[in-house]
Design a binder for this molecule. Structure first.
Ligand SMILES: COc1nc(N)nc2c1ncn2[C@H]1C[C@H](O)[C@@H](COP(=O)(O)OP(=O)(O)OP(=O)(O)O)O1
Length: 174
């Protein structure tokens, strides 16, 4: 998964080190399944279920594995977005593929890493989530394929962001 990049002329904030992650959301019956992170990056934030892509895995394989490890369920995940995050003090760029599914199998369980909780989609706890989630999670809910970049400072404050999504219905309007 080495990106085709010229490291001589990288955009500001992007380093030559990229780490690949996943994030998966179950959206069903007007609700979204989030997990409260119990350890590591994003401690105590609500987030989708995901983690690092391990050596020898594809992104979607990692997304399925992480969903099962963190919430105890399997789901037919479909990729809806790709995000690049930078954080001051962390030398790598986070490359995160975002997935969603409307169905799942198994029983949702709390795990060592996540405490799962359903939220009505009009009551998503954005105040307890990463500062940029409010800009792109609506695109996950409306199934609009998107890309984006966000830059955070060392205290996790959002400094800059940019998101782009597919035209409505795939067609450019006047
Ligand atoms: C900076 O903005 C972010 N926003 C959101 N919504 N999610 C983010 C952001 N930065 C990272 N993430 C996600 C990506 C992953 O799903 C987790 C971090 O994964 P973690 O470091 O916990 O990876 P694991 O492989 O599960 O780690 P363990 O070694 O603890 O199992 O946060």
């Amino acid at each position: 998964m080495t990106p085709a990049t010229s490291y001589d002329d990288l955009p500001p904030g992007i380093t030559d080190q990229t780490r690949y992650y996943t994030n998966a959301y179950i959206v069903r019956d007007g609700r979204i399944l989030l997990g409260r992170k119990k350890r590591g990056i994003g401690l105590n934030y609500y987030n989708g279920f995901g983690g690092k892509v391990e050596v020898g895995e594809s992104s979607v394989q990692a997304a399925r594995r992480e969903l099962e490890e963190e919430a105890g369920i399997t789901a037919p995940l479909v990729q809806v977005g790709t995000l690049l995050f930078t954080k001051e003090g962390i030398e790598w760029t986070f490359h995160i593929n975002i997935y969603r599914a409307e169905e799942y199998e198994g029983e949702i369980v709390e795990t060592e890493e996540m405490r799962p909780e359903w939220f009505p989609i009009d009551q998503i706890p954005y105040g307890q989530m990463w500062g940029s989630d409010k800009y792109w999670l609506p695109l996950v809910l409306s199934k609009k394929p998107f890309i984006g970049r966000t830059d955070f400072d060392a205290d996790n404050n959002l400094k800059k962001w940019w998101f782009g999504h597919e035209y409505d219905g795939g067609v450019v309007s006047a």
